[in-house]
Design a protein around this ligand. Sequence first.
Ligand SMILES: [Zn+2]
Length: 156
Amino acid sequence: MRDILSYEDERFEIRTLKSGAGRGVFALVQFKPGQLVMEIHGQLIDEEGYSSLYCMDLGEGRVLEPGVPGALVNHSCDPNCQLVDLGNETLGLEALVNIEPGRELTYNYGWTADVKPQACYCGSPRCLGYIIAPKELPKLLKKIKKKKKKKAKKKK
Ligand SMILES: [Zn+2]
């Protein structure tokens, strides 16, 4: 397999995060709100119940297993990009705000409460504490509370 860090594009760059928490994709040029930052290509998987760390839901039971660099764009609760459907089974990242060169590209993964709760370390003042779609947060918190209760009962 090709070393993913050798991926080259003049518009963005893959860097190891200072926090040591893996890698991220950083803008090398300016992106304006509404501008398409990148197309996300990958492997289309048409398998019910398929799930992976990076997969993106295309609806109708199909998911896209993105290639690099799409797979390395991190989640943020206060993102500067959003995922858009470009049709033809292609997704894209669109800038939500003005993105200056050197900024890390992020989008909200928009996970539902059905996935295993995953703590978020995006560092945004608006961080929800979990990687989750904002509208799914109440459901997720309920689920976590329930789980804790179950654990507490077991201890007795
Ligand atoms: Zn967060």
